[in-house]
Ligand binder design. Structure first.
Ligand code: M1P
Length: 247
């Protein structure tokens, strides 16, 4: 019997450049060369709308057996929505609002080279917080990323939130360039593995770029249930797949 294998991919930095659309060449390679050897899945920190944009449309749920958005807090299996978690129900409105109020107060007290809009994005299973604001342009995004590397805006803010809310049991995860995700402990990318435990896979391979401690691929990359592959970008993902399946 051939082994039942799943290849699970992070999106940003693994299949695409950050917040960009997947290159046609890699997409064709995945669907035509890799898919005959294994099942395909995606697990991204972003919400489904963003993942669909990056994967050339919502049709991605028919091309990949599993699409886990928001780390698997919202997921699709065989082209259908199969589950959804709610941070609002889990934490409760009072605590959530306290938290959001503090975030807004904190952001109103810092000055950055520029600020735009949409500082808190409320998703199903997480909050996404962006000091510059999610409505910035691509150029402004790149500039914030460079500024943040030098000034640690996100890291400092996360420390302040941890200090202010020690009892909320929240995880703060920097997965992209302009924001960080906030969700209950355990709702990291390993969350999607809950949905796979009865699917009968002999091997689950995970490909991600932010695999170092503190990165949003770290927990799943180091999980015993998966075989982790650290990649440096979309080209490297293609190289690692070519080696894995002797393509
Ligand atoms: O997939 C990684 C991250 O992508 C986006 O990050 P940013 O906009 O900061 O580059 C967000 O969707 C974030 O939630 C996600 O973890």
């Amino acid at each position: 019997m051939p082994r039942k294998i799943l290849c699970l991919f992070d999106v940003d930095g693994t299949l695409t450049k950050p917040r960009n659309v997947i290159e046609s060449d890699l997409y064709t390679f995945l669907l035509e060369k890799v898919k005959p050897h294994c099942h395909l899945g995606l697990v991204g920190g972003s919400d489904f709308k963003k993942i669909a944009e990056q994967m050339k449309g919502e049709d991605v749920i028919h091309k990949f057996k599993y699409v886990f958005s928001e780390n698997g807090l919202v997921y699709y299996r065989n082209g259908k929505e199969a589950g959804k978690q709610s941070i609002q129900k889990f934490i409760g409105e009072d605590k959530l609002q306290n938290f959001i109020n503090y975030v807004l107060k904190y952001l109103s007290s810092i000055t950055l080279p520029i600020k735009r809009g949409t500082f808190v994005e409320f998703r199903n299973g997480m909050l996404n917080i962006s000091p510059i604001g999610r409505s910035c342009s691509q150029e402004e995004r790149e500039a914030f990323y460079t500024y943040d590397e030098e000034h640690g805006i996100r890291k400092t803010m996360i420390e302040a939130l941890k200090k202010e809310f020690p009892d909320l049991d929240l995880t703060y995860s920097i997965g992209g360039q302009i924001s960080f995700d906030v969700f209950p402990n355990g709702w990291d990318k390993t969350y999607c593995l809950k949905h796979l435990q009865d699917e009968g896979f002999d091997e689950i391979h995970f490909f991600g770029d932010k695999t170092d401690k503190g990165g949003n691929d770290y927990e799943i990359y180091t999980d015993k249930r998966v075989i982790g592959h650290k990649v440096s970008g979309p080209n490297d993902t293609k190289i690692k797949l070519t080696q894995l399946f002797n393509l």
